[in-house]
Design a protein around this ligand. Structure first.
Ligand SMILES: [Zn+2]
Length: 442
């Protein structure tokens, strides 16, 4: 899609102006609003203290001729709310959301073992939503491969899907997508920070007392910063892969990345919602709240922890955020951006970035949408209202092949670095006029 910067119709400009009036102009007033959670915007206490409905962790053992078939959800990231035997080698598993209404992004993950090798049928029932495309299977710790279409009936739109699979004594994991959970994100964090020679640190604890970790790299005394967070929504694995490739590009031994790290400091929080990921939740925190609608009320431990870490990061030493990115996954690659005419620094960053990505990858279509969720308490909105810097939701297609993410996202990261490096540095000649008033950090 073409960037919108030159295509603003007067009708759209009016709409944007109305939206800005509705959400309030960015600046000091909205900073106070975002942090203080005025009574007008804070949700009712009952909502704030609600709990997501947890699945029972257990194993179901079904006697069959030749030996038992066992199905369980006793591992991190699993989700099975019910399981039963319908007939010989024919089972049903049910996944239901932690709270409703909820986004139609159901998650399930379970493990099957069988005393002997044989074919079984598993019916996957998705409560209160529709099923997603074909699941993935990992045998005995191997890679998650998508189930062949001949072995699967149902798919998008179906409430019940029928999966035929071969099982045996080695554990077989079935999940609605790749499983990249707490352990994998921690392993990646440890490897990446080791390469950089920095240490991840715990910035706080989730509602269920799991560590929320962050790390920093780049020039320690840099006055400019970018902030990257991910996995507010548990099933959005492709967003995590995008975050990995983005950060690796910033950390790479390339001329652009070295120059970038000499001038900018990076803060990364790769896993905002560890409880949701552990429980295989469809969307929410353990408090049954969509974390990416909580950047204003701040009812959840997770959003408060990450907010406070970001505010501390920009305060000491005083740093100006130039870009705040939040990685997610949805049906396609799309960036949710601030209105192009919003008074942010750097100006028109999103349009310039998308134009650069499109020019670099002519065969790749990435969309942008500046109207999405402007009235919701998203991280993106909190970011651009608090810092007058581009806050962007970077969505990767849920089913995007990981090798495509590995091709596109590092290129996108490099284009972002180039744009930011071309901006006048604080204190440089001509920079004063461009300095954001929000430099005086909240
Ligand atoms: Zn999301």
């Amino acid at each position: 899609m073409q960037p919108l910067s030159n295509a603003l119709s007067s009708a759209r400009a009016l709409l944007v102006a109305l939206v800005w009036l509705a959400v309030g102009l960015p600046g000091v007033a909205s900073v106070a609003l975002a942090q203080d959670a005025s009574p007008a915007t804070a949700p009712a206490k009952a909502t704030a203290t609600a709990k997501a409905e947890l699945q029972a962790r257990r194993s179901w053992s079904f006697e069959e001729e030749g030996g038992a078939v066992r199905i369980d959800n006793e591992f991190s990231g699993a989700r099975v709310n019910a399981c039963e035997r319908l007939g010989a080698l024919d089972y049903k598993i049910v996944t239901s959301p932690e709270n409703t209404p909820i986004n139609p992004s159901p998650w399930y993950a379970f493990r099957v073992t069988s005393a002997v090798e044989r074919d079984i049928t598993v019916r996957i029932v998705v409560v209160a939503s529709k099923a997603r495309p074909r699941p993935r299977i990992s045998i005995d710790g191997g890679p998650f491969e998508r189930v062949a279409s001949k072995d699967y009936e149902g798919g998008e739109g179906a409430k019940e899907c029928v999966l035929r699979m071969r099982v045996g004594p080695k554990p077989t994991l079935v999940a609605s997508n790749h499983m990249i959970g707490i352990a994998e994100i921690e392993a990646w964090t440890d490897a990446t920070t080791a390469t950089l020679g920095v240490h991840p640190r715990e910035i706080g604890r989730s509602a269920a007392d799991r560590a929320i970790r962050a790390f920093e790299f780049g020039a320690p005394d840099a006055r400019e910063a970018i902030i990257v967070i991910g996995r507010q929504h548990p099933p959005e694995v492709a967003g995590t892969v995008g975050l990995f490739r983005f950060i690796e590009a910033l950390a790479a031994d390339t001329e652009t990345a070295r120059g970038f790290r000499a001038r900018f400091r990076v803060l990364c929080v790769p896993l905002v919602n560890p409880d949701g990921v552990h429980e295989g939740q469809w969307r929410s925190t353990l408090g049954a709240i969509d974390a990416n609608r909580d950047w204003g009320p701040f009812t959840q431990a997770e959003t408060r922890v990450v907010r406070d870490a970001i505010l501390a990061f920009v305060r000491e030493p005083a740093r100006t955020p130039r870009l705040l990115l939040d990685f997610h996954a949805t049906s396609k690659d799309i960036l949710y951006v601030p209105p192009d005419d919003a008074p942010l620094e750097p100006p028109h960053f999103a349009s310039r970035w998308i134009a650069a990505i499109s020019a670099r990858f002519p065969d790749y279509a990435v969309e942008q949408n500046a109207e999405n969720n402007l009235k919701e308490w998203t991280f993106k909105r909190w970011a651009f209202e608090t810092f007058r810097a581009p806050g962007i939701t970077y969505e990767l297609g849920s089913a995007a092949p990981h090798d495509r993410i590995a091709r596109i996202v590092p290129g996108a990261a490099e284009e972002a670095m180039k744009i930011l490096l071309a901006e006048p540095a604080p204190g440089a000649a001509g920079a004063a006029a461009r300095e954001s008033p929000a430099t005086a950090t909240p």
